[in-house]
Design a protein around this ligand. Structure first.
Ligand SMILES: Cc1ncc(C[n+]2csc(CCOP(=O)(O)OP(=O)(O)O)c2C)c(N)n1
Ligand SMILES: [Mg+2]
Length: 322
């Protein structure tokens, strides 16, 4: 089990992720419906470098909880642990390993396998190559497996976490804990500066991209190998989704009234820029943008009101999943 920040640490088995703003983990999704999952709770739960989110009293109430964190203020803050270690995760784990017997956990693994079979993550029909999930999978098939992906914050970030097959540690640069929109472009520029032999793929949302697009001249000046993919739903999508689901469809300030021409914007800075909806062969254009040297921008108009699911409602630990 891993969370957003841990993507790439374990071999990729097919993610089944949910999201809330505090980077809560995959296992929460799998544990959040008592009845459906037949009382599926681990007996032992290790929280390594993660924060237990708000309102988790009911979550894994029977489990022995071990919490390792470098920040002492996180220990027992919202969830009482049974044992805790404050320190560097690498050092703590290395010192613990000699005391842990190998255990293949066949029963547990097969139980998880059955749950996954019963509740599979369904990919959309591949007749729409520009559906965000299909597009992200396609990108992964066009780049090397150790390509660094930077994301911004929002629905696009969760779609990446759900279906991009991260296979190497630190191949996902994303703002999880703080969730800072505007993170992706500068993170991608930084990654490109120290990985001049690699292509960096920056997957952003329109709203997040607008927050730091003043970095484009730097990207152009340095001629870095960064492809910026903008999942353009003309919305602050995650905000719109929450307004729809939890605030009785009272949509406030979540839609962009103006349709900013991202392609012209990119070209104004001398960056090759494309719109996948305005081309006859979007996959060829995408492929070129991922392989041509230097920076590029790819605008991908997507369905405006698409939601990212499953989603744990704010404050819900296990009772429901949307
Ligand atoms: C600097 C900052 N302001 C506000 C937020 C709250 N927030 C989280 S997601 C989001 C919308 C993101 O929109 P966009 O980048 O278009 O991504 P989408 O959800 O549409 O994929 C907002 C406003 C934030 N995380 N960071
Ligand atoms: Mg958006």
């Amino acid at each position: 089990m891993t969370n957003l920040a841990g993507s790439g640490l374990q071999p990729y088995y097919g993610n089944y992720n949910s999201y809330n703003s505090h980077c809560d983990p995959y296992y929460q999704t799998n544990s959040n419906n008592n009845e459906d999952y037949g009382g599926y709770y681990p007996q032992n739960l290790g929280g390594i470098g993660k924060r237990h989110d708000v309102k988790v009293e009911d979550f894994c109430s029977q489990a022995t909880i071990v919490h390792i964190d470098i920040d002492p203020s996180e220990i027992d803050k919202l969830k009482q642990s049974s044992f805790s270690i404050v320190g560097d995760i690498g050092m703590a784990l290395r010192q613990m390993i000699p005391f842990i017997d190998s255990n293949s956990r066949r029963g547990w693994i097969s139980r998880i396998g059955k749950l996954k079979a019963k509740h599979p993550f369904l990919m959309p029909d591949d007749s729409d190559p520009l559906h965000p999930l299909n597009l992200i999978r396609r990108i992964s098939s066009l780049v090397k497996s150790d390509t660094i992906i930077a994301t911004d914050v929002g629905q696009h970030q969760m779609w990446v976490a759900q279906v991009y097959p991260f296979r190497h540690p630190r191949s996902l640069l994303t703002s999880g804990g703080l969730g800072t929109m505007g993170f992706a472009v500068p993170a991608a520029i930084g990654a490109a500066l120290v990985n001049s032999n690699k292509r960096i793929v920056c997957i952003s949302g329109d709203g997040s991209f607008f927050m730091n697009m003043q970095e484009l001249p730097t990207l152009a000046d340095l001629n870095l190998n960064v492809t910026i993919i903008i999942m353009n739903n003309r919305h602050l999508g995650l905000v719109r989704q929450q307004q729809e689901l939890f605030y009785e469809k009272q949509y406030i300030a979540s839609r962009f009234a103006t349709d900013l021409d991202v392609v012209s914007l990119g070209r104004a800075f001398g960056i090759p820029s494309y719109d996948l909806k305005r081309t006859d062969d979007p996959i060829t254009v995408l492929t070129r943008s991922l392989s041509d040297p230097g920076p590029s921008i790819v605008n991908v108009p997507i369905e405006e009101t698409l939601n990212v699911t499953p989603m744990v409602p704010p404050g819900a630990a296990k009772c429901c999943k949307l």
